[in-house]
Design a protein around this ligand. Structure first.
Ligand SMILES: Cc1cc2nc3c(=O)[nH]c(=O)nc-3n(C[C@H](O)[C@H](O)[C@H](O)COP(=O)(O)O)c2cc1C
Length: 189
């Protein structure tokens, strides 16, 4: 698949089939993720890929974040949409695999920002590689209110939780969320 097609076809998937994802496919996706650029090539990240019981235990902790998010969601969305998000958070759409991306913490704000940007590059690589493999994902930071508990579960209490994503075969084609008018300025052309 052409890279432009992969980029444009990637969507956030919030309902998954229970079918397991073969480990060799996941390994290819992870390998592609790890080829992301990073500030001063520090590669300041860790990926944790969870399935089976660890996935269920991790999701149980992540799901609790919905209660923290709910008041804000109620300001932004109607009842139906809030209900949809609640359903999604309850089991991450039933995805059989969850990937957690963590980055190093650094007291220097410039270094910290570079770590976060590096982690975001890795995350996007992961999402695009998954798309190329026919897998659905959904970048999620909504669970970060439970960051401490999630990091403790991962055994990485000193890291910064960048985001998590469910990974699996999609059970529902998501709508294409339109992009805003191009906020792009061309100068000197
Ligand atoms: C930094 C970041 C955080 C996000 N957090 C969540 C989240 O917590 N829950 C969720 O359902 N989607 C989350 N998303 C997905 C966005 O809602 C989604 O990317 C956006 O609506 C555009 O839709 P698309 O990905 O299908 O193109 C997040 C995306 C990004 C980049």
């Amino acid at each position: 698949m052409n890279i432009y097609d992969v980029i444009k076809n990637r969507r956030s998937h919030r309902l998954y089939k229970p079918d397991p994802v073969p480990r060799d496919i996941l390994a290819r996706v992870v390998e592609a993720a790890l080829w992301a650029p990073s500030g001063t090539n520090q590669q300041p990240w860790d990926l944790t890929i969870l399935t089976g019981q660890p996935r269920d235990e991790f999701v149980a902790i992540a799901s609790a974040s919905f209660a923290d998010l709910e008041p804000r969601l109620r300001q932004l969305f109607d009842e139906e949409r809030v209900g949809f998000v609640k359903q999604f958070f309850s089991n991450l759409g039933g995805a059989p695999v969850v990937v957690a991306v963590t980055v190093w913490k650094d007291p220097d704000p410039f270094a910290q920002e570079a770590h976060i940007q590096s982690g975001a590059a890795l995350m996007q690589n992961l999402l695009l590689a998954a798309e190329a493999e026919g897998l659905g994902t959904c970048w999620m930071t909504g669970v970060k209110s439970r960051e401490k508990e999630l990091l403790a579960y991962l055994g990485l209490p000193d890291r910064h939780l960048l985001a998590i994503t469910p990974v699996g075969y999609s059970a529902k084609t998501p709508p294409v969320v339109p992009r805003k008018d191009r906020p792009v300025r061309w100068q000197g052309f």
